[in-house]
Design a protein around this ligand. Structure first.
Ligand code: SF4
Ligand code: SF4
Length: 303
């Protein structure tokens, strides 16, 4: 276990990222740019700086003193970061006494993650849980992911991979024997609209899903339900028809969009992409569930 990778979070006692109680490890880097992304801090491959302006202490200037590039200033008590000057060295994060500046991403060796994960093995055993590798897109760090999966295998820990599906199929084929469950995102079937909302074509994603299903991979299909993006009957019916045509029958999870992404984007200095939208109503969830029912093995609301 010599390799290291960049992660941006480890979430303990997760209950929406696969069966049972799980530890979710979030790997950095993603080829997609989903307009609704809940984890925008996971998109860039390298570390970033998040600014929690509300935590900044009146009168403090510790980070300004620590910054070697003059990238920080305070204007009327508000901390401002010039991302054009910042080289993400992290000195300000170390200096801040209030956690108003935080790193989105750190390099961690596989052994350190496994040490953390290993502490919760009794909970996994008790609940039928395990570890989920998410992101970002975990397959964007293939060597790191491979070692993590091998380490889980060696310790008998159930391992799930939460993926956008946007990676060469050869990678999926290589990892297949080490993965107990793929949580596979399906967003929009219409390719032009998929490009518009995610920045990439869905051709590779749909092909990989079909191939994994044909290979008998343990799969759960996950549809993030986003009002105004993919909640029209025509979108839902197209996804349901795609699932029905897969070689295998798989469970389908409907993941209701929730607010919160805009605040995260602000902390990263990014503008919101979508207008403010409300989470899906219970009527919409019910309608979507009915459209998928009969085309998949089971419909589950949530992760
Ligand atoms: S990460 Fe480094 S360069 Fe960027 S603001 Fe902080 S101290 Fe300055
Ligand atoms: S070190 Fe932290 S609390 Fe102090 S000015 Fe900088 S961001 Fe604010």
């Amino acid at each position: 276990m010599r390799s290291s990778g960049i992660i941006f979070d480890i979430k303990k006692f997760a209950v929406h990222d696969g069966p049972g109680i799980r530890t979710t490890v979030f790997l950095k880097g993603c080829p997609l740019r989903c307009a609704w992304c809940h984890n925008p801090e996971g998109i860039a491959a390298g570390p970033g700086i998040m600014v929690f302006a509300g935590r900044c202490i009146k009168g403090c200037r510790d980070c300004l003193a620590a910054c070697p590039r003059g990238a920080l200033k305070k204007v009327r008590g508000i901390i401002l970061l010039d991302r054009g000057l910042c080289d993400r060295c992290g000195a300000c994060v170390e200096a801040c006494p209030a956690e108003a500046l935080r790193s989105a991403g750190r390099t961690v060796p596989v052994c350190e993650i496994m040490e953390e994960v290993g502490r919760d093995i009794p909970f996994y055993r008790e609940s039928g849980g395990g570890v989920t590798f998410s992101g970002g897109e975990p397959l964007s760090q293939p060597a790191f992911l491979r070692e993590l999966l091998l380490a889980c295998r060696a310790r008998g820990i159930h391992a799930a991979v939460d993926t956008s599906g946007h990676a060469p199929f050869s990678l999926f084929a290589e990892l297949l024997p080490m993965v107990d469950l793929f949580l596979y995102d399906l967003k929009i079937i219409d390719d032009e609209r998929h490009r518009r909302f995610t920045g990439v074509s869905n051709r590779l994603i749909l092909e990989n899903l079909e191939k994994l299903s044909r290979a008998g991979a343990p799969l759960a299909v996950r549809v993030p339900l986003i009002p105004g993006v993919n909640d029209a009957d025509v979108d839902l019916e197209a996804m349901a028809a795609f699932c029905a045509a897969l070689p295998g029958r798989h469970p389908l999870h409907l993941l209701p969009y929730h607010r919160g992404y805009a605040a995260k984007r602000r902390r990263l200095g990014l503008d919101a992409v979508l207008p403010a939208i409300a989470p899906p109503s219970s009527e919409l969830l019910e309608r979507a569930g009915k459209i998928f029912a009969g085309n998949v093995s089971t419909v589950i609301i949530g992760g």
